[in-house]
Design a protein around this ligand. Sequence first.
Ligand SMILES: [Ca+2]
Ligand SMILES: [Ca+2]
Ligand SMILES: [Ca+2]
Length: 346
Amino acid sequence: MFSHGGAIGLTLTVSQGDISFNYYFTVFVEYAPIDPPAEGSNPYITKVFDYMPAVGQFTNTLPLYEEGDTQETMNQKVLDAIGNNKRGMITLGGFGGYVTVGFDHTIQNVEGLRDFRVLGNAFYANANPNPDAPEGGSCEPGVIMVAYDPDNLGPDNIQWYEIQGSAHADPTKEPWYEMAKVNGNDVNIYFDYRITYYRPDSEPASRDEWDTYIKWEDNQGNSGYKVKNQYHSQPYYPLWAGNTLTFTGTCLPQNAIDESGSGTYFVLYKFRYGYADNEINSYDDSSIDISWAVDASGNSVNLPGVDYIKIYTGVNQENGWLGECSTEIMGVEDLHLLKEEIHTRR
Ligand SMILES: [Ca+2]
Ligand SMILES: [Ca+2]
Ligand SMILES: [Ca+2]
């Protein structure tokens, strides 16, 4: 019996006395297909299980933290903002900040079609000083994870899988990859990235302290500061969290370039597909095919549907006056219940 589907490695060991042989092999475990959801199911988010943004210029304001708020009340504020097609907005802050949501039914994986859309606030630049640039503007990709829970074990007790977005498969194919590399961006993808943020002892007393506001360290030997900017004066470290915040996940290539060369016009370039807050909401590439879910080795898992979706900010980058790269979420929609037919892609 296996606890989850996908490719599972097994070892058969045969031994006698001092002699031992190992035979390694892989079995592929498939799930049984599921029925479409019941009539009257809600196409939108109905539950928020967890919300923990990383440090960010909208943290503690989207949604608003108020004295006395707890993890539970913050989760409820997120549900009030982005559940049930309200289309309010929440921020996930910098790299790793996340939200975990659920539905009143299992979103079905229909073969050949995309299955759900994640609403963000991505848009294209209308005055990019670089005339030949690929599509970009404010594309702040969130990595998407999914889980199928037929036995109602709950989101903390089941296997999660990541949606294999375009850069997961091959970052060099992003149309802006060479530009970003020449610009000095870190264009690698880190599948086991870990970052820790440290709560500042106090808020900056003067502007001199903005550039050394909130310290961070990662597991690639890098460290730095999340900086304060003139447009957002509230604390950027989530006020209901502990003294350190550690997030893990896949860190995507840095996609932002200061196209003005003087710090006035940052363009955050679009990844091809498979992320949140990366494509305009009405365009096809804001939507996701559940068949893109893969296990930790990158093997397809062919989930029949998903019960929970987790989204976390996928880039660690500061962009001058524009602030950190931080994913925003406005909702999630079941495309099948909304009768939207969007074909899959690669
Ligand atoms: Ca599908
Ligand atoms: Ca943002
Ligand atoms: Ca955004």
